[in-house]
Every structure is written in C-alpha cells, then in structure tokens.
Design a protein around this ligand. Structure first.
Ligand code: G3P
Length: 222
C-alpha cells in the first residue's frame, strides 16, 4: 500500500501564526514519525523559516509567483522560499485564484528550483487543465465545502473519483489530492477509497483544540 500525503494548509489562521506555526508543525512531525505517513505543512510564508529552523518536516509555501530575481516588488520569489526551507509550494487556490498563465508561470518557476508542486483546483474541468500542465499533484477542493466541516469525500464523492479518473487519462504521472471539510479518520479513509493519494486540509486540524489528537484521529483508518 502506498502511504498518503497529508498536507496541512495553515491559511492565515491565528492558531498557525508565528510560534503557533512551529507548535502545529511539531505535532505533525510527531504523528508522522509514529505512523510513517508523510505529513507536510504550508504555513504562512513569513513563518517558513522559523518552522524550518525548529522542525524537520516537509514545508510547502502557500504561494509562489512565476517571476525570477530582479524588479518584482511584493512578489514571492521561489528561490527565496527554497532558501527559507520550503521543499514545495501550493499553486492557485480558491482563496488565491490565479489565471491559467500565472499558474503555468508559477509551476515553471517551482519546477526549475526542484520544488514539489500542488495545483489546487475547484472542479473536474480545472483539475484536467491543471493536470495537463504536469505538476506533482493536483488538489481538488470544491469551494463551497472549504472550511465547512462537511467532507468532500462524503458530500461530493463523484468530484473526487471523477477527478482521479480524468487525471489518469490526461496525465497518469500526476497524483490527486482532495480537500475541503476533511478532518476525521473516516473522511481520509473515504478520500483514499475514492482513489485520491492524500488530502489537503486546514481548519479541522489548525483550529482544533488539540492538533496532535486531531491528526491522530485523521490517520487512524489508513
Ligand atoms: O487548502 C485546504 C483547504 O482549502 C481546505 O480547508 O478548512 O476545509 O480543511 P478546510
């Protein structure tokens, strides 16, 4: 059995800001070590360096611009997030929408640096388009379920299985994650049973009273 990827997006939640970013990463690291399952985090970009200094686990950026060194004030430069300690990046998100051209440029910049890439999508057609670009992962997240506590793997199983099927046709090397409302062991189990290779999740863990206990519950049926 191939173990899934659990990718925890901190968004801008207060609980995952500053030192909170480190504490949640420590919980992820502990659960990853005891289970053997890869758990990666996507803290806010200014927190990447502090997390990398204190916790050994895969860190993703929440965003990366398709630019290089030079006159790009206010942009996120891939080389800088890599130097900070990131090994990958999210690209596009329902909360940070990019144009297709921007997605392609971000992906190219990330690939040139050897960063792992996850393009987030909102439905099956955009998942197909994203997969055609050749990221490592696409992450399908219906926007209406994001932050709802209602798991996509139960509320809209077809969007997951149809994405898995469509990606296998267009670009079989691309792995599919799903996300939105995932927080419990049965949500992850259902996601894997639908053919996804992991989950991208946020509020169910970052906002939990005890993130480590929430993570232990999440992986208990893998
Ligand atoms: O990127 C993860 C995300 O949008 C899902 O959020 O809070 O529904 O797990 P959440």
């Amino acid at each position: 059995m191939v173990l899934p990827l659990i990718l925890l997006n901190y968004k801008t939640y207060l609980q995952g800001t500053g030192q909170g970013a480190v504490e949640i990463a420590k919980a992820c690291r502990a659960v990853s070590e005891e289970s053997g399952i890869e758990i990666a985090v996507a803290p806010q970009i200014p927190d990447i360096y502090r997390v990398a200094l204190e916790v050994e686990l895969p860190i993703f950026s929440q965003h990366l611009d398709g630019i290089g060194a030079g006159s790009f004030t206010g942009h996120i430069f891939g080389k800088c997030i890599k130097e900070a300690g990131a090994v990958g990046t999210l690209i596009n998100h329902s909360e940070r929408r990019l144009t297709l051209a921007e997605i392609e440029a971000s992906l190219k910049a990330a690939k040139e640096l050897g960063l792992r890439t996850v393009i987030c999508t909102n439905n099956v057609p955009t998942t197909v388009a994203a997969a055609a670009l050749g990221p490592d992962y696409v992450a399908i997240e219906p926007p209406e379920l994001i932050g709802s506590g209602i798991p996509v793997s139960k509320a809209d199983p077809e969007v997951v299985s149809d994405s898995v099927e469509a990606v296998a046709k267009i670009n079989p090397g691309v792995k599919v994650l799903c996300g939105a409302g995932i927080s419990k062991g049965e949500d992850l189990r259902a996601a894997l049973d639908l053919g996804s290779q992991g989950v991208l999740l946020a509020s169910g863990i970052v906002k939990a009273a005890n993130p480590r206990a929430a993570l232990e519950d999440l992986i208990r049926l893998v």
